[in-house]
Design a protein around this ligand. Structure first.
Ligand code: ATP
Length: 910
């Protein structure tokens, strides 16, 4: 073994790979054959993983620094300075302590959100298809090493720098490297050593995107040594948790803060004129007002809620790529889904074949070659059937892993099933590849729906084998095969009837054809196969619906979400599968050709009515998304191919398939499904609705606390009364007790009825309607509670400290009880389930009781906050204040549901 390869990847050596012949490249890299496992691990040791250095993420210090940019922190620091100047040391210490706590809490919360994002970033690691010694594998792109044999398909992002050795119509978009927006044709022949990057047609560079065609090549440079690695870590992308909602809340908080500061200054100035308070007292009152009114905890709670939502969705196999989509998911009203693999299992088995005018039934399950083929009248395998099976095995890129139990397929499951069929027809077909080596191919493309290969036998005979969508193939044929293998004139109508009958059974139908060509022919193009082919017959594939998809579709229907199937398959197959899946209108099927005849205006109505679209192309998907959106739908659309990208981008929620989807689709999508399963989409919608509910709950919980407190202070100041709660006490309530309680809302589990109500309207904002109403009502309840407690305390003891302790404890008690009410915004909360709460809620309850006990009974706290011990009567009053809030809200919910069932927009579907 030579030792050239390590140097070949070293940054110092600039090998002009594009100018070397493929043989030379392979010999330089010591990779004459596909690599074995031991060699791969040796090379990994030497060259490191095929990964660009992580973009510099903000470290903990930067995160800490960001907390200090908070407006409230600035207010507090100024307040601390002024209290220190005034000699109120205790106030200074408490305010500074609060600054520290607030910074730490923000720091930890942001860390938690970042952690959730980092975890999902890892889940979307790109994949690569390689040929290794033991066959074809799909591996994480990170595991590629120089010398690996890489396979490229449309939609792949090239994972390393590759010297191409085989191309079939391969075009690559190199804009990321060269800025050239037109895709570039690739070739195998080398160029001159000084060719510019954009002219190196024999190379495919890491980070560029395959637009059409297929290719094979040798990896020559990996990780930081690739062209893209050298110019920077361009590919690294940082996602932040910025969503329109968070931006809106941030703006709201900033606007409110500005307003409050102005109001504070005015009150301070006016207060020095006509309130009886001393300047320092007045100053503290204004600080209290500022702290009371600014919803400082809100952005953090909402961020956490979104991050938790992202993590939960990832646990349900739906990985969010673009954060704003979490808000949209809950509003989805139409889901357009692919059929194969998403609604069905994509575990294909050929169950019937028509060849030579006869129908054969195929037995056996899965990819096991056990089973057989028999004619309808028990006749044995015919030469026509054998030829069809041979075509299926040759015009095929899949690989069967027969040694594994159960047998698995590497590659397209449908092609795997064809290899199994070949084995069932005749065991000798196992090494048909060796007898008929492939010379050239026309790769499958969803636009023309067929694939062809040119094969030679050892006598130099050449044959083009072709398989594809039956109507497509039929149109290219002029003859078909008799049972004995002779050619007869094509009976197109007869075949069409047989194909329709097979498709109506729910089978996916594929046709096979051949074209004998002159011996020695070495290439085949689309023009060569337009006509004159001999039809070999058709095969019917069983691809059962996923049982979990049937349940999920039912769930979506209950939730007012319409499910539509958009497939490239035959109309009858699509209709039959739609019936089994339980779609609303499975009998009306529109094909791509039908869609082409409909105007955009008519499509709006039609798209809403029809649930099954067959033989569609990616352009149809785009038109359908537009039509559904015009009809006010919030549309989720799935896709896997490179051409699906525009529809995925246009949809409100673009969903790419993580397993069979191309990198291009994944990058265009806002959600990637790790298991390609429809049920995961339904689960993501459910989580989306939960997140939205929890955001509403967070807002409905936190804002009234600010509202109640600030209005109490303003009322007291305006009426010239003593403040019922001091500035420091407000700091305590907001920064300690409320934060502990509100945090639990981010983790609230899904409410029972979340998937039995209609989707929320697209334009509904969180800060309108019901939530605003709730904030007002609860603010007033809190206001009344604070004054009642203070008054009661004063009447009873005449002790201001006691009265204020009463006010603070009553406020916290009301918050605790309100927390139980807010967990079920629209349904009665006094249920066993509601009272028991989640372990987290109970934990928070215990924590708050402990904290308030410290506040009330521990002397250092008494001294710091001006609080004092409470007696039994005080405790009972406090408790009753909380109970009153709960009962009042229960009554309010009841009235709302009874009197204005439409007011909340969240009632159950009748
Ligand atoms: P869906 O859009 O639901 O995933 P699909 O897999 O049938 O359905 P396409 O992949 O666009 O959609 O395929 C369209 C048609 O092209 C198929 O119904 C089949 O007739 C044909 N086809 C698919 N794959 C191949 C292939 N590898 N070789 C030849 N023909 C194929």
């Amino acid at each position: 073994m030579t030792t050239v390869s390590p140097k070949a990847n070293a940054p110092s050596e600039q090998v002009a790979w594009h100018s070397l012949s493929v043989a030379e490249v392979r010999s330089r890299l010591d990779a004459g054959q596909p690599l074995g496992a031991a060699e791969v691990s040796r090379r990994t040791q030497e060259h490191g993983p095929n990964r660009l250095p992580e973009p510099v993420r903000h470290g903990p210090l930067a995160r800490l620094g960001r907390q200090l940019k908070n407006f409230l922190i600035h207010v507090l620091v100024v307040a601390a300075l002024i209290t220190a100047l005034l000699g109120h040391w205790m106030d200074t210490v408490v305010i500074l302590a609060v600054v520290v706590i607030q910074t730490l809490v923000g720091f930890l919360q942001e860390g938690k959100a970042e952690q959730a994002l980092a975890a999902i970033r890892h889940m979307l690691a790109p994949q690569a298809t390689v040929l290794r010694k033991d066959g074809r594998h799909t591996i994480p792109a990170e595991e590629l090493v120089p010398g690996d044999t890489l396979l490229l398909e449309p939609g792949d992002r090239v994972p390393a720098d590759v010297r191409l050795e085989q191309v079939h119509g391969l075009q690559v978009d190199e804009a990321i490297l060269t800025g050239e927006s037109m895709a570039v044709d690739k070739a195998v022949a080398g160029e001159s050593p000084d060719a510019a990057l954009g002219d190196q047609r024999s190379m495919a560079f890491a980070g560029t995107m395959v637009t059409i065609g297929t290719g094979r090549g040798v990896v020559v440079r990996t990780g930081p040594h690739t062209e893209i690695g050298r110019i920077s870590g361009l590919l690294g992308q940082t996602e932040t948790l910025k969503t329109p909602l968070l931006a809106q809340i941030d703006r709201f908080a900033r606007y409110l803060s500005g307003l409050i500061i102005v109001a504070g200054v005015l009150i301070f100035l006016a207060g020095t004129w006509f309130s009886g308070l001393a300047t320092d007292e007045l100053f503290m009152a204004v600080v209290g007002l500022t702290v009371a009114a600014i919803p400082e905890g809100l952005p953090a709670i909402l961020t956490i809620t979104l991050a938790i939502g992202v993590r939960r969705m990832a646990n349900r196999k739906a990985v969010v790529r673009r954060m704003p989509v979490i808000e949209t998911l809950g509003a989805v009203s139409v889901i357009c889904s692919d059929k194969t693999g998403t609604l069905t299992r994509n575990e294909m088995t050929v169950t019937a074949v028509m060849a030579g005018g006869e129908r054969f039934e195929v037995t056996g399950t899965g990819y096991s070659p056990d089973g057989g083929v028999t004619g309808a009248e028990g006749q044995p395998v015919s030469p026509a059937l054998e030829e069809l099976a041979r075509a299926g095995a040759l015009c095929n890129d899949a690989h069967l892993r027969l040694q594994e139990k159960p047998v698995r397929v590497a590659g397209d499951p449908m092609e795997g099933a064809l290899k199994v069929l070949a084995l069932k027809v005749d065991n000798d077909l196992a090494d048909v590849d060796r007898q008929w080596p492939r010379k050239d191919e026309i790769p499958f493309d969803a636009d023309y729906r067929f694939m062809a290969t040119l094969n030679h036998d050892h006598h130099g005979h050449a044959m083009v084998y072709l398989k594809g969508a039956p109507e497509q193939v039929l149109a290219m044929c002029s003859g078909d095969l008799a049972p004995d293998g002779g050619t007869v004139e094509l009976d197109a109508d007869g075949w069409q009837r047989r194909i329709d009958a097979m498709a109506a059974e729910g089978l996916r139908v594929l046709a096979f054809a051949r074209l004998p060509v002159a011996a020695g022919t070495t290439s085949v193009s689309i023009d060569d196969v337009r006509e004159g082919l001999q039809l070999l017959g058709v095969a019917g594939f069983m691809d059962p619906p996923r049982s979990e998809a049937i349940t999920a579709i039912e769930e979506c229907h209950r939730a007012g979400i319409r499910v539509k199937m958009i497939t490239g398959d035959h109309a009858r197959t699509a209709g039959a599968i739609a019936t089994r899946l339980g779609l609303r209108a499975p009998d009306r099927v529109l094909t791509g050709a039908d869609l082409d005849r409909v105007s955009d205006e008519d499509l709006v109505k039609l798209a809403a009515e029809v649930d099954v679209f067959a033989r569609t192309s990616p352009e149809h998907k785009l038109r359908l998304v537009r039509a559904l959106q015009t009809g006010q739908g919030v549309v989720a659309m799935t896709g896997d191919g490179v051409n699906d990208a525009p529809a995925l981008k246009r949809a409100d929620v673009g969903i790419a398939m993580g397993v069979k989807g191309s990198e291009a689709a994944r990058e265009a999508a806002s959600v990637v499904l790790l298991d390609d399963n429809f049920a995961s989409i339904a689960a993501a919608v459910r989580e989306g609705r939960t997140v939205y509910d929890n955001l509403r709950k967070g807002i409905a919980f936190l804002l009234p606390i600010n509202g109640g407190e600030s209005v109490s202070l303003i009322v007291a100041l305006l009426l010239g009364l003593t403040l019922p709660i001091t500035a420091l006490q407000i700091l305590w309530v907001n920064m300690v007790s409320s934060v502990v309680l509100a945090m639990t809302l981010a983790f609230e589990p899904t409410e029972g009825g979340v998937m039995t109500r209609p989707p929320r309207p697209r334009a509904q904002s969180l800060l309108e309607g019901f939530v605003v109403w709730r904030v007002l009502v609860v603010s007033l309840l809190f206001l009344a509670g604070i004054f009642a407690a203070w008054n009661w305390g004063m009447q009873r003891t005449g002790d201001l400290e006691y009265a204020r302790t009463m006010a603070v404890n009553s406020l916290v008690a009301m918050e605790v009880f309100y927390l139980f009410a807010v967990r079920y915004l629209d349904t009665p909360s006094i249920t066993l389930r509601g009272v028991v709460g989640t372990p987290l809620v109970l934990g928070a309850l215990v924590a708050v009781v402990v904290l308030q006990s410290l506040f009330t009974w521990l002397p250092p706290f008494n001294e710091a906050f001006g609080s004092t011990a409470m007696d039994w009567a005080g405790l009972v009053f406090t408790f009753m204040a909380g109970v009153t809030v709960l009962l009042a809200l229960e009554l309010e919910t009841w009235c709302r549901r009874r009197l204005w069932p439409l007011a909340s927009g969240q009632q159950d579907l009748g």
